[in-house]
Design a protein around this ligand. Structure first.
Ligand SMILES: Nc1nc2c(ncn2[C@@H]2O[C@H](COP(=O)(O)OP(=O)(O)OP(=O)(O)O)[C@@H](O)[C@H]2O)c(=O)[nH]1
Length: 472
């Protein structure tokens, strides 16, 4: 009996048993539930020697409930639960509800064996003889018991294959893979679809744990190890979730969520870790886009203050000596007043493009607000940072800015200049980001005070901004 065609196989087996035993009917009841006061079963298979003996399609046998009132029936159920077979010759049975019920079905003799699947009472195989009040002890019951075991094996195989099909279906629908690692020997079991996604041939017998872990991004592998270590002693919470980059068959890292649970044996010892691998790349992409957008200035696309904090953290983590170049457009109020705010907006956008042209990909360009910008650079000496600031100044001063005007063939030409202040991030651990910005601001003020369109480096001797506000 193959797992796929198990039902046809059972039908064929019942059709063999019937003629061999000379029974009127061979049947299988599947157990649904043993309730405190009743047993619920369903009539699921039948072979009948003639049409008159057929009962399978009768409504009264659909999910029928047999009350546990009759002591004889109660004992019968208990004994079936314990794996015992029975045979009954109805005319010599003690009177009671069970005998009346069997007589009501015109049964003269009957034999039954319980079917056990994976240690559980799954159902009952029986034969009814409606013509001969005989005993079925001996070869008849032996044959039935052997058939019961064959059916149990077929049901078990079907359940396993059905379960693995459900898992594969779940995998397809939920974009996930199912896995289990046996801790004793590090053996890995993967669902078929996960094995395929990892690039292994379908016939590959086993995936090695080392090769599976090698598919995890090193940082996430360390996080997974830490998570498992943390759970080792935990009595209750044995589940974990981790967002991790996983390299499947291709070369790129794809975000997955690993959901796992540690499984324990009866002695409470961890024996396996099993769980799911869910593709969350679309969710991550959305999150990253939202995060990136929240760190950008909407008008110019430069970083905003939040983006600047993040950029400073990155520079700090890389332990790079950093410089801040603060720059402010000269007389921008006048430009706005002359050409209007819309032109001013276009100029701010073009300014960012022009500045960006002079910067390296890793440098941070921040719009602090209005017409004030900050540039965060790492890995430069003071002279290099000053040279960059000078290059920025010249790139703005060198050529006028062109703005396309809707009612004019010729673009509007606007000459602009910027003033810049440069400050160095000291090794001094007491210098906060705010102090660094304040120093760059003092240098910028000095540049404005020196006549604009110039660069100043902060030194302790640079005049604080507050001193000469009235003379601006
Ligand atoms: N078009 C436009 N203008 C802005 C924006 N944000 C701020 N401004 C203008 O920028 C101008 C800044 O003027 P001020 O702070 O007086 O400085 P300034 O005229 O550049 O003079 P100095 O900095 O001393 O050279 C103001 O007119 C603001 O309205 C914006 O998003 N778009």
């Amino acid at each position: 009996m193959s797992a796929d065609h198990w039902a046809e196989g059972v039908d064929r087996l019942l059709a063999e048993i019937g003629p061999v035993t000379g029974a009127s009917r061979v049947w299988i009841f599947q157990l649904m539930e043993v309730q405190p006061d009743a047993v619920v079963q369903d009539y699921v298979f039948e072979w009948a020697s003639s049409e008159g003996y057929r009962q399978l399609n009768q409504k009264r046998f659909r999910f029928f409930s047999s009350p546990l009132k009759d002591p004889i029936y109660c004992r019968l159920v208990e004994e079936r639960q314990a794996g015992m077979s029975h045979d009954f010759c109805i005319p010599v049975m003690p009177p009671g509800p069970l005998r009346s019920d069997l007589e009501g079905q015109a049964i003269e003799s009957m034999a039954t064996v319980p079917i056990f699947v994976n240690g559980q009472w799954w159902g009952t195989l029986g034969i009814d003889d409606c013509e001969r009040p005989v005993s079925w002890r001996g070869p008849g019951l032996d044959l039935l018991e052997a058939a019961g075991q064959l059916i149990a094996a077929a049901v078990y195989r079907y359940q396993l294959s059905h379960r693995s099909r459900q898992i594969e279906l779940f995998h397809k629908v939920a974009d996930c893979g199912v896995w289990e690692v046996t801790l004793r020997n590090g053996r890995v079991w993967c669902s078929q679809a996960l094995k395929t996604a990892l690039g292994y041939p379908e016939t590959y017998p086993r995936v090695s744990l080392r090769r599976l872990l090698a598919r995890l991004h090193p940082d996430d592998r360390a996080a997974l190890r830490a998570r498992l270590r943390g759970l080792r002693g935990a009595a209750e919470s044995t589940q974990f979730r981790l967002d991790a980059r996983v390299r499947l068959a291709g070369p790129s890292w794809i975000w997955h969520e690993i959901i796992g649970e540690i499984q324990h044996n009866e002695a409470g010892r961890p024996v396996a870790v099993a769980g799911l691998l869910l593709d969350i790349s679309r969710r991550k992409q959305g999150e990253q886009q939202a995060l990136a957008a929240s760190q950008l200035d909407a008008l110019t696309g430069a970083l905003n203050r939040r983006g600047m904090t993040r950029h400073l953290e990155t520079l700090g983590a890389a332990m790079e000596p950093g410089h801040v170049i603060l720059l402010d457009i000269d007389h921008f109020k006048q430009i706005n007043d002359t050409h209007g705010h819309l032109v001013g907006d276009v100029l701010l956008r073009t300014m960012v493009e022009r500045l960006r042209h002079e910067l390296r990909p890793g440098d941070g360009l921040v719009r602090l607000g209005g017409e004030e910008f900050a540039i965060l650079v790492g890995g430069m000496r003071d002279e290099q940072a000053m040279a960059l600031a000078e290059r920025l100044r010249r790139s703005v001063d060198a050529d006028p800015f062109l703005v396309e005007m809707p009612d004019d063939d010729q673009p509007l030409r606007v000459t602009m200049s910027i003033s810049l202040g440069v400050a160095r991030q000291d090794d001094d651990a007491f210098q906060s980001p705010e102090q660094l910005m304040a120093q760059a601001d003092q240098a910028l003020y000095a540049a404005k005070h020196a006549g604009r369109n110039t660069v100043q480096f902060f030194s302790a001797a640079t005049e604080p901004r507050a001193v000469n506000l009235d003379t601006e």
